[in-house]
Design a binder for this molecule. Structure first.
Ligand code: SF4
Length: 573
């Protein structure tokens, strides 16, 4: 079965902003003094998540309020905001900027004595909020009949709920132009809604079934399903994987998955995997299980570390103790990543629930394997010499301490673990790989540190930085929930991708210059394949041609393995 995932599926800008705002505000405060006025968005899973984090929903304004209250993406009438402030809340406004724009249009025209006709659902929070800006001159029409039944106004504007159907608003527009040419029409439908509807309309023509994922209460999910139904007979609106129970998904050859503006990534991923499951048969089932096992157990990552060890040795031009260093780097990377995964299951419950369940189920066994493997690496290092032994012990202790409280409360309330330092994960992982893979062999006799070592250290660290930062992008939603301040959370997805692309350009230049000058071996020329291939993968992801999942993860890790195979071939031939 082929699954097409709509590029526009999932959080829109306004919802993402509101969710990030509430989580960031909650993460900034150690006490649970934050609440939302009304449900933040129309998605039950996100709402129960906020509830778990101790962020209550305030439905009625109390006589006395305290702490910070967030106004949701849909906005509220102006007097509600004033009342919230009056009773004692610090109000943070997470109203989507595009909704604010519609509010401003209405406010401006209300001051000029225009009436406002809102094309939308009368019980939708956004429409209720907009109506507040129109005061007593606001009217709502959700059907053509309701519109026709409205009185004739001398001066009026027509606006749309931002998630309104484009077809229906077009119909209204044509009617107004014909019958009320003096009315001013503002097409305030959000382009995110329009793009989402257009995309699914196009996809619908070439698939057997469409799964629209989103909350039951979500108006934009409903309209997305309606748009899909125009060209496809099998459209299923589901909230989560439970909705698939009664559907025979394996009877379809090609399906599409799209999602409403308030559906988080982890639910879209979960639904895609569930739909795909019945088609896992024979060779494909074997391949999927293999990919999954290699990734979840970190074996693939350990192979990548071993490959990079080979690359490092070839670039620096030594072969002494090479197999021992391959074992040390593989075992170190395997044990550290596995142990850190086991202590960070919470984020995985959002980013990759299946992986989290795997870690919970085999926690003891995996911990034992990680400790035995780590111990093996330390023993191999001890055989080489005292210095490698101490270095690997120091690196292992640093790796293990990452998730533990090291700093006393009186020094810092916020930064008690290394993990709490913003961006520390990506930087520390990159440096650790760089040290173990390129510096450790160089400080062990008879090899010595030279310029080639430092360049290799830089190359290896940057290659690892790229893969780690890219995985951080894929895990952003879950990381934010559990307060992991990774680089993409600090600077955003776009800037992180741009940073990775710049690093790839820098790697390209460093490889050429250091190969020409003889600082590293001529293998540097062949390794130019790495930045080219990584750049291609990131850009096909950015353009939405590949959706987060095993395939993408294997592709990214395979870049490091590719470097190892190139080095092996270089050594052999
Ligand atoms: S659909 Fe558009 S207007 Fe509505 S919250 Fe999302 S970005 Fe804002």
């Amino acid at each position: 079965m082929k699954i097409v995932v709509a590029k526009t599926a999932g959080f829109c800008m306004g919802v993402r902003r509101a969710v990030e705002m509430v989580l960031d505000t909650s993460n900034e405060n150690s006490e649970p003094i934050i609440s939302t006025y009304g449900p933040l968005i129309h998605n039950p899973q996100v709402l129960s998540l906020l509830d778990e984090k101790g962020i209550p929903v305030i439905k009625e304004i109390p006589e006395k309020g305290s702490g910070t209250i967030l106004i949701r993406a849909h906005g509220v009438p102006p007097e509600t905001k004033e009342r919230l402030e009056k009773v004692g809340y610090v109000v943070k406004d997470a109203t989507c900027p595009r909704v604010i724009k519609v509010q401003s249009i209405i406010r401006k025209h209300t001051q000029k004595k225009f009436s406002t006709i809102i094309i939308g659902d009368s019980d939708h929070p956004e429409v209720i909020g907009l109506l507040g800006y129109a005061r007593e001159n606001g009217y709502i029409a959700s059907t053509m009949d309701e519109f026709k039944a409205l009185p004739k106004f001398e001066n009026a504007i027509v606006v749309a709920q931002t998630t309104q159907s484009t077809e229906f608003f077009q119909e209204i527009t044509e009617f107004v132009k014909k019958n009320n040419p003096d009315y001013k029409i503002f097409n305030t439908i959000c382009d995110s809604t329009e793009k989402r509807q257009n995309e699914i309309r196009n996809i619908a023509k070439s698939v057997d079934a469409i799964f629209v994922v989103g909350g039951k209460e979500s108006g934009n999910t409903q309209r997305l399903a309606e748009a899909a139904s125009l060209h496809c007979d099998n459209v299923y609106k589901i909230e989560d994987v439970d909705g698939l129970d009664s559907i025979e998904t394996d009877s379809f050859k090609k399906v599409a998955v799209t999602a409403g503006a308030s559906t988080p990534n982890w639910i879209i991923r979960r639904v895609c995997r569930e739909i795909e499951k019945p088609s896992y048969k024979g060779g494909r089932l074997f391949l999927i299980n293999l990919q999954r096992s290699l990734l979840w157990t970190n074996v693939y990552l350990a192979i990548a570390a071993g490959c990079l060890s080979l690359t490092s040795a070839t670039l620096q031009g030594f072969s002494h103790n090479i197999y021992s260093f391959i074992i040390i780097s593989s075992t170190y990377v395997f044990s550290m990543h596995l142990l850190n995964h086991l202590t960070a299951i919470k984020a995985d419950q959002y980013n990759d629930p299946e992986r989290a369940a795997f870690f919970v189920k085999y926690k003891k066994l995996l911990t034992l394997i990680a400790l035995i493997t780590g111990g093996t690496g330390i023993m191999v290092a001890a055989e080489i010499g005292k210095l490698p032994f101490y270095v690997i012990i120091g690196m292992s202790l640093t790796g293990l301490s990452y998730n533990f409280k090291l700093f006393p409360k009186f020094l810092s309330r916020k930064y008690r673990k290394i993990k709490d330092v913003p961006g520390s994960k990506t930087v520390l992982i990159s440096l650790a790989w760089g040290v173990v893979i390129s510096l450790l062999p160089a400080i062990s006799e008879p090899v010595s540190v030279d310029l080639g070592t430092l360049v290799t250290f830089l190359l290896i660290s940057l290659m690892v930085f790229n893969r780690t930062a890219f995985f951080d992008i894929l895990d952003m939603q879950g990381d934010r929930i559990v307060r992991k301040e990774t680089i993409p959370i600090l600077i955003g997805e776009e800037k992180t991708i741009s940073l990775i692309n710049r690093i790839l350009i820098a790697l390209f230049i460093v490889l050429i210059v250091s190969s020409i000058t003889g600082v590293i071996s001529k293998l540097g020329y062949v390794l130019l394949l790495y930045p080219v291939s990584m750049f291609s993968i990131i850009n096909i992801y950015k353009r939405g041609f590949v959706f987060p999942g095993y395939r993408l993860e294997i592709l990214i890790e395979s870049n490091l393995i590719l470097a190892g195979f190139i080095s092996l071939a270089w050594m052999l031939f």
